[in-house]
Design a protein around this ligand. Structure first.
Ligand code: CP
Ligand code: NVA
Length: 301
């Protein structure tokens, strides 16, 4: 049984196979319209979502399946039923579960039971579906992933972690610029070290963008961090991807954002507008690449 908890659930061939298949889905919205026939996939949310819930819902329907969306708070989970018991029950009703959760541990427990394929729709640690769409978007610009330098400006959180694991397959180079106190998680550092992957860490965002092909940013205040909003806005203020920073980047560098964006914080409105084609393409590619991912989950590619 296949699960996607983080990008290490894929090998390099599967990673590139999903990106290629995602591009085929992008070229033809009607590709493989029956592959999920008679399959019902639960979409469970412990946190808000626009792109993930809608792109999965549309992807499942366009592949001939049915989606069943629910807020975790409306399940008995919210009243203390364990995630293990919930998974045992779900496995008797549905053919797959995509869950957005505040605890990566829950995903590991769910997948560990091997009752039903589990897909990570964002956790506090990883956002693999987003990274797949991002790498697919970079390939669409004609860039060779193995020669692409990605500069991540902001907190090395879930989105960064998935990009980092993705570079283990893609061979892209990755650096990060973040304020003191917002470092790469030790577990991710350890994992990268074991695979001889070096990530340059900068305090100065100017240094990070100097030779970048891709400049990537994410919100300063992730879901669940709202209580730290004031201190985070202060700490991250020098890390805005704005025109002043872009002056130090190569002229042909592209800017990427997983969205939702906070214009005037992690990205200025003018930079966002100038790079809107790339940024909204990333959002669109969630649909196409998740179709490819669903085909992989059910061993149809
Ligand atoms: N990028 C992303 O996952 O968006 P949502 O939070 O809207 O799903
Ligand atoms: N880091 C952000 C990503 C949103 C898609 C969050 O966790 O809220």
């Amino acid at each position: 049984m296949r699960h996607l908890i983080n990008l290490l659930n894929l090998n390099e061939d599967e990673f590139f196979g999903i990106l290629k298949r995602g591009r085929e889905h992008a070229a033809n919205r009607r590709l493989n319209p029956d592959v999920l026939r008679d399959k019902i996939i639960a979409l469970i949310f412990e946190k808000s979502s626009t792109r993930t819930r809608i792109s999965f819902s549309v992807a499942i329907r366009e592949l001939g399946g049915s989606d069943l969306e629910m807020q975790a708070g409306s399940l008995q989970l919210g009243r203390g039923e364990t995630i293990e018991d919930t998974t045992m029950v779900l496995g008797r009703y549905v053919h797959g579960v995509m869950i957005r959760t505040d605890s990566h541990r829950k995903l590991e427990l769910m997948a560990g039971l091997d009752q039903v394929p589990i897909i990570n729709g964002l956790s506090d640690r990883h956002h693999p579906c987003q990274a797949l769409a991002d790498f697919m978007t970079i390939t669409e610009t004609g860039r060779d992933l193995s020669k692409t330098r990605i500069a991540f400006i902001g907190e090395p959180n879930n989105v960064f972690n998935s990009l980092a694991l993705g570079t283990l397959h893609s061979g892209s180079s990755l650096c990060v610029a973040s304020p003191e106190g917002y470092e790469i998680r030790p577990g991710i550092q350890e994992l990268l070290r074991k695979r001889n992957k070096t990530i340059d860490v900068y305090r100065d965002p100017v240094e990070a963008v100097r030779q970048a092909d891709v400049i990537y940013t994410d919100v300063w205040i992730s879901m669940g961090q709202e209580g730290e909003a004031e201190i985070r806005k202060k700490d991250f203020a020098p890390y805005s991807v704005n025109e002043a920073l872009m002056k130090h980047a190569p002229a042909d560098a592209i800017v990427m954002h997983c969205l939702p964006a906070h214009r005037g914080e992690e990205i200025s409105g003018d930079v966002m507008d100038r790079h809107a084609a790339t940024i909204f393409r990333q959002a669109e590619n969630r649909l196409h690449v998740q179709k490819a991912l669903l085909e992989w989950i059910y061993e149809a590619i």
